[in-house]
Write a protein that binds this ligand. Structure first.
Ligand SMILES: [Zn+2]
Length: 476
């Protein structure tokens, strides 16, 4: 029989355990939503975008501007940045838990934040400001409205861009693992697989019916491939996968991808943080050419040699799948979304014989081989192109072609490489100019049909005009 005193002690220990659990939850997810309207996404954390991973949530604002925006927790305004580009009007709020929340594309700042910003505008006499504030200068309570949502900066429609960062290193984290809850019972969709030769002797079979990959079939979390995948030698794969939430039709990013070959973990990626210093390596993570040309989200499940992202697991094979002739390997891909919903893709990867592989059509590479880790140059009559080491993510063949000058051009048109070959850093392009007034000459980028797409600029010296370029080929 339990004594009264034992029952009291039991009661207290249960109560304290309960309080303990509540306290932990509060510590991690004590944030409220940044607007009081129902939360619906037009984009989520780390979905691939042009030259970067998205660093926050894009929250719909009912198709309009002017929705009140509030602080998700107690804190203080640490930075106000106003620019015609990027996040437009943006407010950064630091919180005592070591995180900073960021609110972007705002229409206007209101209340004391609006007044303080107006003062700063008068002081700076400039529309664009980037103002760092002292702790305590502009405190905000949880739920306090400080702005109205808008469509400022690089925004394609009214919405609120909301971000959670670690204050110390400004690395962006998933707001969904920091208190923002969204209804999501839908597992990721898997649409296809591509294979990539990872050695000089490896070869990949042509895809069925001139497709760009092996199409997946299935639904509700279980997928297979419509046809047998086959390759010769050592290959890597990329998986076309994305996620959706319960409400809204937006294509969003997955949180994790794992590749298991014959029950052995081969590769994993956890898309759980954005280091802004490395964010452009998104171009190496996805199949850039298909992302740019067809908006397909093929996540590479191996690392291109110049990919410095720290989102990959330590599995020994690092996604390199070796295929002996005639060997059949069982591949399992698991894609997991931000809310733990999982999809599986299972397929057989068949190792071809040398005779079979010899019959596969393969285009002879055109142009000169640029090694990703070496300086590369093109020098032709009237043009020089210098690409530093580590501007490419992998070795690539770069072509050169010359077309006659058009219109008022002072030089022929030089076509260097393909715009679907991504660059991480700029290369130096120099074009010879022979004109009485070279100081007015500038390098311009042309689109594929020869019209001017934009000025690149350039410095003049010794009959040459030189400018840094961060994109190969013509604008598409
Ligand atoms: Zn955004």
């Amino acid at each position: 029989m339990t004594s009264a005193i034992e029952r009291i002690i039991l009661g207290i220990s249960l109560l304290s355990a309960y309080i303990g659990t509540v306290a932990v939850t509060n510590g991690q997810s004590g944030y409220i939503t940044p607007m009081s309207i129902p939360m619906e996404l037009s984009g989520n954390f780390m979905e691939p975008r042009s030259d970067h991973f998205h660093s926050g949530l894009d929250l719909r604002t009912q198709g309009q501007e002017g929705i009140p925006v509030r602080s998700v927790a107690d804190g203080w305004v640490s930075r106000i940045k106003i620019s015609p580009y990027g996040y437009g009007k943006a407010v950064y709020i630091d919180h005592a838990d070591g995180h900073t929340t960021v609110y972007g594309h705002l229409q206007q700042l209101t209340g004391k934040v609006g007044e303080a910003c107006l003062d700063q505008h008068y002081r700076q006499k400039d529309f664009s400001i980037d103002w760092t504030l002292e702790k305590g200068a502009l405190p905000l309570k949880q739920g306090e409205v400080f702005a109205l949502s808008g469509n400022t900066g690089g925004s394609g429609g009214p919405h609120l861009h909301f971000e959670v960062r670690r204050t110390g290193d400004q690395v962006a984290l998933d707001p969904e693992s920091h208190g923002i809850k969204l209804s999501d019972r839908v597992p990721p969709e898997i649409h296809g697989v591509r294979l990539y030769p990872l050695t000089d002797s490896s070869k990949v079979a042509p895809y069925p019916e001139k497709a760009v990959g092996y199409a997946a079939q299935g639904s509700t979390g279980k997928y297979t491939l419509k046809s047998t995948a086959s390759a010769y030698g050592t290959v890597g794969i990329a998986v076309n996968t994305f996620d959706r939430y319960d409400s809204g039709s937006a294509k969003c990013g997955v949180r994790m991808i794992e590749v298991i070959v014959d029950s052995v973990p081969h590769f994993s990626t956890k898309l759980d943080h954005v280091d802004f210093n490395h964010n452009r390596y998104c171009n190496a993570h996805v199949d850039y050419a298909l992302f740019k040309s067809r908006k397909m989200e093929y996540h590479r499940c191996y690392r291109q040699p110049n990919n410095k992202l720290r989102i990959y697991g330590k599995e020994a094979p690092q996604g390199r799948i070796a295929l002996a002739p005639g060997q059949e390997r069982q591949v399992l891909v698991i894609a997991t979304d931000a809310n733990g919903n999982k999809s599986e893709l299972r397929f057989t990867l068949k190792g071809a014989t040398a005779d079979e592989a010899a019959k596969w059509p393969s285009a002879e590479p055109q142009g000169s081989l640029f090694r990703y880790d070496a300086v590369s140059r093109i020098e032709e009559d009237g043009v020089r192109f210098n690409l530093p080491a580590h501007a490419l993510y992998d070795d690539a063949y770069i072509t050169y072609a010359r077309k006659p000058a058009v219109g008022r051009a002072l030089s022929p048109i030089h076509v260097i490489g393909d715009p679907l070959t991504p660059l991480h850093t700029t290369g130096d392009l120099s074009i010879a100019v022979e004109t009485p007034k070279p100081a007015k000459a500038t390098i311009v980028r042309l689109d594929a049909d020869g019209t001017v797409a934009g000025a690149v600029g350039g410095k003049h010296a010794d009959g040459w005009i030189t400018a840094p370029v961060k994109m190969l080929g013509s604008t598409r």
